[in-house]
Design a protein around this ligand. Sequence first.
Ligand code: FE2
Ligand code: FE2
Ligand code: FE2
Length: 435
Amino acid sequence: MLEPQSVNLGNLLLALSDAVDLAAPSIASHQMRTAYVVWQLGIAAELPPEELTSLFTAALFHDIGALTVEEKMALHAFEVVDPDRHCVLGESVFLQSPLLAPAAPIVRQHHTPWRGSPEVPSGAVESASQMLFLADLVERLIDRGTYILHQSAGITGAIAAQSGEAIDPDVVDLFMSVSNREDFWLDLTSSRLHSLLLRSGPLHSREIELPTMFSIADVFRAIIDFRSRFTATHTAGVSEAAVTLCELLGFTRTETTAMEVAGCFHDLGKLAVPERILEKPGRLTDDEFAIMRQHTYITYTILNSVGGLGRIPEWAAFHHEKLDGSGYPFHAGERRIDIGARILAVADIFTALAEDRPYREGMQKDGIVKILLEQADRNQLDRGVVALGLDNHDVLRERVMNRQAQALEQYKKLYAGYGRRAAVERTGSGSLDTR
Ligand SMILES: [Fe+2]
Ligand SMILES: [Fe+2]
Ligand SMILES: [Fe+2]
């Protein structure tokens, strides 16, 4: 197998930031553009490299705590009265990964105005979170339908008006020193911004290995799952099922970790699916299903753009493909679907059938055996992998359930006090779809 090599951290984080903002055209690249602004401010402030890296990383994912497409759009359009929730959740999410943790306090404070906020820690965090506050505001003030140099003076004026009010005057001064350059505004709104940050941004020369990749993937595992109470532990279960099957098949440790990364990312594209579709209790209409079908396409294009991930993009994104070519979105047949992708497809269906959904209870062994064997007989799922899974049904089920119980604890902890409904709470009856 083609094993994953080291991956460029900037490339991975930029791609993931993009994935989060793919949800709607009105917010496309919002976080990446905000990151460009803080990068410029940080250079002007002569921040030491580690502080610049933390600030840039905070900006790339500063709205990660806004879990729904609807909430992201409302934040962007200045419609949210209390932005605190996504700041607190964002901070908890950042704290999950050692790589992201240093940026957590900046994310926590990114909507805290300068004046009248005794809770803001002073020093480096205050100044970094003020830079992010300003950058976020600048990006949201841009009218995407108007040429940038026809509005830059107006935006600069709006920021200047906040000096000594919502924004620290020193940070406003920094902004004035970069915003007088046309190239600042042209880069900020350029369709080539991604390549610019890739080539010259603060993370451009940092490489990471598989274990660090996993720690980032695990953060996304939680973000993807926690968007919907229907599937609050789905990814955790799929990843565990796939890892168990790899171990039974004698995969190497590296291959198994690569599978764990693929499992965490498999539904990455669901970040772009509106909540009303994710949360719909019954069957999806044809139009809704058409939107759902893009999720694995997005998983693939995002991961495939990173480079160095070996087979992870295919393993992650082919989980709705079928060996007879009847799956989606690539209609890949048995020649393109390798053993890893076959494993993940079985792991996905097994977990979806075994787990409780709000509209039905998890299926018992008999029901799962019937469905998996039918799909194997129709040459949709791999016969060998299905047989292995069914021969080891009890072990597989126990490991999946244990992992999901852990993930449920994490979900409850993260949402404590946020009024989100419990993860597993049944309402009415529904279908057995494994979307
Ligand atoms: Fe925000
Ligand atoms: Fe934002
Ligand atoms: Fe999926």
